[in-house]
Design a protein. Structure first.
Length: 256
C-alpha cells in the first residue's frame, strides 16, 4: 500500500482544486458576455476610441473561491515548517508547536526581529533556506507576500474582491494606414461601467491610395481589486502554486 501524501502537499493540492473551480467559474462568467468592446469615433477630435463596457461585476462566489485557494496554499507552508520542526525536535511540545510558522516578511529587519523566532525549532540549514525565500529578497519570492496578504485579508478583514478588468487590446488602421495612439488605461486595470482604453488616429502610409479601415478589439479577465493589476487572479494563483512546488518544497525535502 502506497504511503499517503504529506499534509503540506494535500493542502497545496486542495488549493489547486479551488483554483481550478475558480478558473471554470471565471470562464463561465466571461462567456456570459457581461463585458464588451466597441470602436467609436470622437466627433470633436476625429480620434478612434476603443471603449469597453462592463454590465456587471463578477459574482461574489469567485471571491470565496479565491479565499479558499489562498488559505490552503498558505497553510501548506505552515505545514512544511511544522514537519521540519517535528523532525528536528524529538518531542515537540504544544507550546513549542504554537510558535512554529512559515514566516513571510517584506522587510529584512522585521524578519530578523519576528520571523526567526518562528523557525527556532528547525534545522539551522533549513532556517537559512527559508530566510533566502523571503519576499524582501525580490524576484519570484514577492509572490509569497501576495499570498500572505490575501490570506490575512480573507481571514480577518473582508473578501478579496474579484473585478472585471481588461486583459489586453489590439488595433490597426488596415493595410493603408498606421495608427498614432494614446493609451488611456493600460491592460489589467479594473473597469467600472465603461472605460476608454486607447485613442488613435489613422495616418496614411507613404504612397497609399486606398481607404484606411480602423479596427480594434479587447479581451477581458477577472482580477483582484487590490492586487497587482497586470495579471488575472487565476494566473496569479498559478504562479504562487508553481513557486511553492518548484522552489520552496524541493530544497526543504532533505530536512523533512
Amino acid at each position: 500500500m502506497s504511503e499517503p501524501s504529506p499534509g503540506y502537499l494535500l493542502k497545496l493540492d486542495r488549493g489547486v482544486s479551488h483554483r481550478d473551480s475558480l478558473d471554470e467559474a471565471v470562464k463561465r462568467w466571461l462567456k456570459r458576455e457581461r463585458c464588451s468592446a466597441a470602436l467609436e469615433t470622437d466627433p470633436q477630435t476625429g480620434e478612434h476610441v476603443l471603449r469597453v463596457y462592463v454590465a456587471e461585476q463578477p459574482p461574489i462566489e469567485l471571491s470565496l473561491l479565491v479565499g479558499d485557494c489562498v488559505h490552503n496554499m498558505r497553510a501548506a507552508l505552515d505545514h512544511i515548517v511544522y514537519q521540519l520542526a517535528s523532525n528536528f525536535i524529538e518531542s515537540l511540545s504544544d507550546s513549542q508547536a504554537k510558535s512554529v510558522e512559515f514566516p513571510i516578511f517584506s522587510d529584512a529587519d522585521r524578519f530578523a526581529q519576528r520571523g526567526l523566532t518562528r523557525l527556532k525549532y528547525i534545522a539551522p540549514a533549513a532556517r537559512s533556506l527559508i530566510e533566502e525565500m523571503q519576499p524582501y529578497n525580490g524576484g519570484d519570492w514577492e509572490h509569497l507576500s501576495l499570498l500572505h496578504d490575501l490570506d490575512r485579508i480573507d481571514k480577518h478583514r473582508q473578501l478579496n474582491l474579484s473585478v472585471a478588468a481588461s486583459e489586453g487590446f489590439e488595433f490597426d488602421c488596415g493595410k493603408e494606414g498606421r495608427p498614432e495612439m494614446r493609451v488611456l488605461n493600460p491592460p489589467g486595470g479594473p473597469i467600472e461601467g465603461y472605460a476608454d482604453l486607447v485613442r488613435f488616429r489613422c495616418v496614411p502610409k507613404v504612397g497609399s491610395k486606398g481607404e484606411m479601415k480602423p479596427n480594434a478589439s479587447a479581451t477581458f479577465q477577472v482580477a483582484l481589486s487590490d492586487g497587482p493589476p497586470a495579471w488575472s487572479v487565476v494566473d496569479q494563483l498559478c504562479e504562487i502554486d508553481s513557486l511553492i512546488r518548484d522552489k520552496v518544497i524541493p530544497p526543504l525535502v532533505p530536512f523533512l
